[in-house]
Structure formats: structure tokens, C-alpha cells
Design a protein around this ligand. Sequence first.
Ligand code: NDP
Ligand code: MG
Length: 379
Amino acid sequence: MQKLAVFGSTGSIGRQALSVAALHSDRFKVSVIAARSNVELVSKQIEEFVPDYVGMYDEAAAQTIKSRFPHVNIVAGGEVNALCALDGIDTVVNGVSGFAGLFPLMSALESGKRVALANKESIVCAHKLVDRALKESGGSILPVDSEQSAIFQCLTAGRKEDVKSLILTASGGMFRDFTREQLETVTPEMTLAHPTWNMGKKITVDSSSLFNKGLEVMEAGWLFGFEPDSVRVFIHPQSIVHSMVEYTDGAVVAQLARPDMRLAIQYALTYPERTLSHISGVSPAMLSGLEFFEPDRNKFPALDLAYEAFREGESLPIAYNCANEVAVERFLAGEMKFTDIPRCVEYAMRRITKGKIETIDDILCLDKQARVLAGEFAP
Ligand code: NDP
Ligand code: MG
């Protein structure tokens, strides 16, 4: 029996991770669930999965859960991250959204756990600390982000030194064919209706602005150890080819599947084994209409900004990620246009204090600064 801690259990990734665990209840025991404040859904999950511990980052929500379930071990606030380190937990699923995902990741890695990682913001902001924790405490990361899961699988086809490039695919979002003028008129409502993936709000906006792909370019580079020039992006609207690896001999190895995150989650949980899943296979008949094309970097500045942040690798990725989180919130609140998101991020990147990142305090300090800058940006 593999004991799981599911962080972000109420989110899109967390709910799908629980459904994978339920499908294979003979091999997974959900020992910890943790979320921020969604009391109603956590209550249902406690009844269904009977976890040993429940973490609620929001203190008031933790109180409500305590009053409803007096016999369950409830942990509140910042203490929740320590649940990743509990003895007996084999794997932590990190489906927390945004920068906050960094804390359970570090707690899990520092205690030598295996992490099924969906949260990409943590790698982008803290890749050096993550590398150090991986080396020092024997933990490991299995990628859940579908592109990284695909790359991880394609990399098993050859030696790392024989890889020429990683090719990440992107759906391109709903506005890939919009003109610059049309992009100026995109509203939050239009953005939140993503055609292929049913995801949390923040990543849904990021998918359309291509900030999600920008974050993934860095995530791929740092997870697998490749330089910016070796990571490429292609738009692939059908989201069947989840990414590819090009080898020096000219072979390109791709991973194909129907777009359903439960497959990537399950693979991270059962690796290196494969077993029956919720998903049916891809018939070759589905492949005839597949399209691939270069992204329009002028219309979507998120990509060039990401490569700039990737090359610098210290303060700029933090500015890129954390200013984007604020920009997305401001866009959803109606304070700025869709096209102001990259402007806001660039504003923060140009002004952030430059320097080497060595400690978690360095990261927290720059996170704060990036958020202030993104908040003061005048559209
Ligand atoms: P959701 O918004 O659906 O869920 C986020 C989860 O994190 C919820 O459980 C939420 O709790 C919790 N949470 C939110 N903010 C905080 C916080 N400040 N502190 C602690 N917990 C918090 O997000 P997704 O599931 O879509 O995405 C999660 C992560 O996975 C992101 O990093 C995303 O980039 C990545 N990812 C997602 C994919 C997807 O298909 N959804 C695909 C690939 C990667 P509550 O509900 O109580 O607020
Ligand atoms: Mg992805």
C-alpha cells in the first residue's frame, strides 16, 4: 500500500489525483489531504477517503472542519506543510496552485519524499533550492504537468547526452488566432472557458496568455537539466502529442494520449509500472488532423520574457512568476486588460533587484518585491 498526501486536494489536480487513488484503492491509501479553505469539498473528501490527517491552510476553515469532524487530526495554517514530512507518507501529490506550492514541495523533499509534482511555479522560483534538497535528502520528483510527464517518458528512449532538443507542445489557448486588436478586447469570461483542459482559474488564464508555456519552458529546463537553447515550443491545438524529444540521430520521440490529466497523475504514482487507467488509448485515426506550428512571439510576449528569465536564472524567474500571479488576479478583477499581463510582468522584471538566489529568504524577499511592482504597474 502506497500512502499518499494530496496537497491542493480541492483543486483540479487534487480532485483528479483522488479519483486515481479511488480507482486503485488496492494500492493507494490517502493518508493526508490538504487544501486552503474549501470546507464543503474537504468535508466530502474526509467522508470518502477517511484520511489520517487533514490540513487547512486557512485557520477559520480549519476550525469549521474541527467542529464537524472532532475525531479527525486537523492541522491549520503554516503547520500544514509539515504533513508532507510525516513518517509513513510515501508520495506527496503537489497540486497547490501558485507560489504557495513551494512550501509543501520543500517540506517533502527535505524529508526525502517522492513528490508527484503538478505545481510548476515552485520549480521556476526555487530551482536551485530544489536541486540542493534533491541531492541532500534523497527525495525525488515525478512530473505531473502533462508536458513534463511526456518529456520524462520520451527521455527513456535515449541517453541525455544524445538529446538535441526538448519540444514542448502548447494548445495555444483560445485566442491563438486572434489579431492584436482582438486580443485587446479579451475578457475574463472569455478566458475561463478553456476548450480542452478543465483546470483552475490561474492556469487557465496562463494557458491563453502563454505564460503557462513560459513557465513550462523553465520547468522543463530545470527539471531535466537542459539549457534554454535546447527547449522549443510548438503550438499543437489538438493536445494529443503532449511533448517530444529530438535526438541527435534525427529521431523524434513523442508521447501521445487523450488530453486527461489523470493519466499523467497515475503515471507519476505508479512509475515505473503502467496499469489500467481512466483513459482509453489514441487510435491512429485520431492523428490525421494533427497540426503543429510556431507560436507568434509578437502577439504573445510571455515566451520571450520566459526565455530571458530562464537565461538569467536567478531573480528574473521569480519576477516573471510572481508578477504574473498578481497580473492574472488584476486581470480577473477587471483592473487591467489581457494584453496588460505581459506588460505588467515586464515592468516587474525590469525593476526587480538582481542578485544570486541562495536561500528561501532571498526568494521570499523577491516574491514580495515582484508583487509590489506588479501591484503598482499602471495599465
Ligand atoms: P486549482 O485552482 O484548481 O486548485 C488549487 C488548489 O490549491 C486548491 O486545493 C486550493 O485550495 C489550493 N490553494 C490555492 N491557493 C493556496 C494557497 N495560497 N495555499 C495553499 N493552498 C492553496 O488549481 P489546479 O489544480 O488547476 O492547479 C494546481 C497546480 O497544478 C498549479 O501549479 C498548476 O499550474 C498545476 N497544473 C495544473 C494542471 C491542471 O490541469 N489543472 C495541469 C498541469 C499543471 P482551496 O480550493 O481550498 O482554495
Ligand atoms: Mg502543462
